[in-house]
Design a protein around this ligand. Structure first.
Ligand code: NAI
Ligand code: MG
Length: 478
C-alpha cells in the first residue's frame, strides 16, 4: 500500500525578516557599506540583504569585545556570567519556533530537524555551559581558570545556530568575549541570536556578530587584537588559518572535515542498522562533518543490508523543507550542489555502481536525490574525499581486521560507527579506530556534555564537555 501525505507546511508567520541587516557590534546594529543576498536554497527566493564585513568592521568589533572584556565581562563572577547564559538559553527556548523556521528557510534543512535537533541542542549547549560558569575550578581540566580574552569564531553553514552555540556558550562561560562570523549563506539565525543577546541584557560588546565571506573571516584570523581563534569548516580553509596563526601568540582550535566509516558486522541487527545508516548519511542532506559517508559492510550481510537500504531510501520524502513530513531538504547552495555533482560524476567515471532514489525533485532551488555507490574501492575519490551531500559510498570486508584497516585508511579521523550485537566486538573495534567520536549501534548522537573533535586532518582540539572548556582557558604551564 502506498500512503500519500497531504502537505503540512509550518507557518512562516512567526518570523519577521528585515530587508537589510547590519553587523551587531557593541550591542548596536551597524550597517555595512557593501551587501550581499541571502537566499532560501529550496526556492532561490531572496530572503534579505546582509552586510559584507570589512577589515574596519572587524576592527570595530574587536575593539568592542576588548573593551567589554576589560570593563565588564572579566570583572563579573562566574555565577553572574552563568545567569546571563541561563537567560539566553531560556529565551532561545521561548523563541524556538522562530529559530527553527528561520533556520529552515535560510539553510534548506527540514523543519523536523531544525525544530527537533538544531534548536533544542543549541539551547542545551547554553544550559550546559551556564552550569559550568561558576564551577570552572572543579572541571579538572589541564588549564587555569583564566580566559584568553577576545575570541574570534568562524562557523559554517551546515548547522548555523548549533555551531554558534558550540562556539559562544563555552567562550562566555569561561569569561571570554566574542567576535563571531556566520557563514555567508546562513547568517539569519546568528542575527536573530544577536537580538536574543539584547533581550537578555548581555553587556554591550560581549558578543559581536560580523557577517561576511572568507575575506571577513580572514580579517578576523589576522587581527592582532584577537587572542584565540575557533574555526569550523573545510580542511582547506582550516590549513590556511593554521598557517596564518602559527607565527602569532593566538591559540587555535579547528573542527574540520571527515569521511566517517560506518562499519556493519555480520551479527548486527539489520533493520535497526538500516535506520542508523540512513541517519548517518542522509541526516541534514549529508551536510555533516561527522556523517557516516563510508559504509563498510561485512560480506555475509552486504546484499541484505543494501536491499533493505534501497527499499527504505525509496520511501524517503524529499522536498519543501518547511513541510513537517519532509525527510530530506535542499542542498545549501549552488556551489555545494556543483561539488556533489562533480564528485558523484567521478564515482561513475571511476567505475562504482550508482543507485539514486526514485524521487521527484522540485524545479527551483538546489536538490540532489539520495544516492548510494556500490563496488567502491579505497582508491576512488568518493571513498577519499568529503562529498558533504546525501551520497553514501559502500565498501565491503571479510575479516574484522580488514574493516579496521579500511576505516582508518583516510586522512581524516572525526567519527566512526560500529554495528554489532557483541559488546566484545564493539570494544575491540573502538580501540582500533582512529576517530574522535565513535558511536555503537547508533549514529549522529550529540550531547553538550560529550567532547567532539577529530584526529589528523579533521582538526585540533575538542568542543563540548569538560575538554571543550579547556580550549577557552589559558594553559596552566608555568
Ligand atoms: P569554508 O571552509 O570555505 O567555509 C566555512 C567558514 O569559513 C565560512 O564562514 C567562510 O566564510 C569562512 N572562510 C572561508 N574562507 C576563509 C578564510 N580564508 N579565512 C577565514 N575564514 C574563511 O567551507 P565551504 O566553502 O562553505 O565548503 C566547502 C567544503 O568544506 C564543503 O563541501 C565541505 O566538504 C567542507 N565543509 C565542512 C564543514 C564541517 O563542518 N567540517 C562545514 C562546511 C564545509
Ligand atoms: Mg568557501
Amino acid at each position: 500500500m502506498n500512503f500519500e501525505y497531504a502537505a503540512a507546511p509550518e507557518s512562516r508567520s512567526v518570523i519577521k525578516i528585515d530587508p537589510v541587516y547590519g553587523h551587531f557590534i557593541n550591542g548596536k546594529w551597524v550597517d555595512g557599506s557593501v551587501h550581499f543576498n541571502t537566499i532560501n536554497p529550496a526556492t532561490e527566493e531572496v530572503l534579505s540583504s546582509i552586510s559584507l564585513g570589512s577589515a574596519a568592521d572587524v576592527d570595530a568589533a574587536v575593539k568592542a569585545a576588548r573593551s567589554a572584556f576589560d570593563k565588564s565581562w572579566s570583572k563579573l563572577s562566574g555565577r553572574e556570567r552563568g545567569k546571563y547564559l541561563f537567560r539566553i538559553a531560556r529565551i532561545m527556548q521561548e523563541r524556538a519556533r522562530e529559530f527553527a523556521v528561520l533556520e529552515t528557510l535560510d539553510n534548506g534543512k527540514p523543519i523536523r530537524e531544525s525544530r527537533d535537533v538544531d534548536v533544542p541542542l543549541s539551547a542545551a549547549h547554553f544550559f550546559y555551559h551556564a552550569g559550568w560558569a561558576d564551577k570552572l575550578e572543579y572541571a579538572g581540566v589541564d588549564t587555569t581558570t583564566a580566559p584568553h580574552g577576545v575570541v574570534g569564531q568562524i562557523i559554517p553553514w551546515n548547522f548555523p545556530l548549533l555551531m554558534l552555540a558550540w562556539k559562544i556558550a563555552p567562550a562566555l562561560a569561561t569569561g571570554n568575549t566574542v567576535v563571531l562570523k556566520p557563514a555567508e549563506t546562513t547568517s539569519l539565525t546568528a542575527l536573530l541570536f544577536a537580538q536574543v543577546c539584547q533581550q537578555a541584557g548581555l553587556p554591550d560588546g560581549v558578543v559581536n556578530i560580523v557577517t561576511g565571506d572568507g575575506s571577513t573571516g580572514s580579517a578576523i584570523v589576522n587581527h592582532p587584537g584577537i587572542d584565540k581563534i575557533a574555526f569550523t569548516g573545510s580542511t582547506e580553509v582550516g590549513k590556511l588559518i593554521a598557517r596564518a596563526v602559527a607565527p602569532t601568540n593566538k591559540s587555535l582550535t579547528l573542527e574540520l572535515g571527515g569521511k566517517g566509516a560506518n562499519i556493519v558486522f555480520g551479527d548486527a541487527a539489520i533493520d535497526e542498522t538500516v535506520e542508523g545508516i540512513v541517519n548517518g548519511i542522509f541526516f541534514n542532506q549529508g551536510h555533516v562533518c561527522c556523517a557516516g559517508s563510508r559504509l563498510i559492510l561485512q560480506e555475509s550481510v552486504a546484499d541484505e543490508v543494501l536491499e533493505k537500504l534501497k527499499r527504505r531510501m525509496d520511501k524517503i520524502r524529499v522536498g519543501d523543507p518547511l513541510d513537517k513530513n519532509t525527510d530530506l531538504g535542499a542542498i545549501n547552495s549552488a556551489e555545494q550542489l556543483a561539488k556533489i555533482r562533480e564528485l558523484t560524476a567521478a564515482g561513475e567515471a571511476e567505475g562504482a555502481g550508482r543507485w539514486s532514489a526514485n524521487c521527484a525533485l522540485p524545479t527551483n532551488g538546489f536538490w540532489f536525490a539520495p544516492t548510494i555507490f556500490t563496488g567502491v574501492t579505497q582508491a576512488h575519490r568518493i571513498a577519499r574525499e568529503e562529498i558533504f551531500g546525501p551520497v553514501l559510498s559502500v565498501l565491503t570486508f571479510r575479516t574484522p581486521a580488514e574493516a579496521i584497516e579500511k576505516a582508518n585508511n583516510t586522512p581524516f579521523g572525526l567519527s566512526a560507527g560500529i554495528w554489532s550485537e557483541k559488546g566484545s566486538n564493539i570494544l575491540w573495534a573502538t580501540q582500533q579506530l582512529r576517530a574522535g567520536v565513535i558511536w555503537a549501534n547508533t549514529f549522529n548522537k550529540f550531547d553538550p556534555a560529550s567532547p567532539f573533535g577529530g584526529y589528523k586532518e579533521s582538526g585540533w582540539g575538542r568542543e563540548g564537555g569538560r575538554h571543550g572548556l579547556s580550549a577557552y582557558l589559558k594553559g596552566s604551564a608555568k
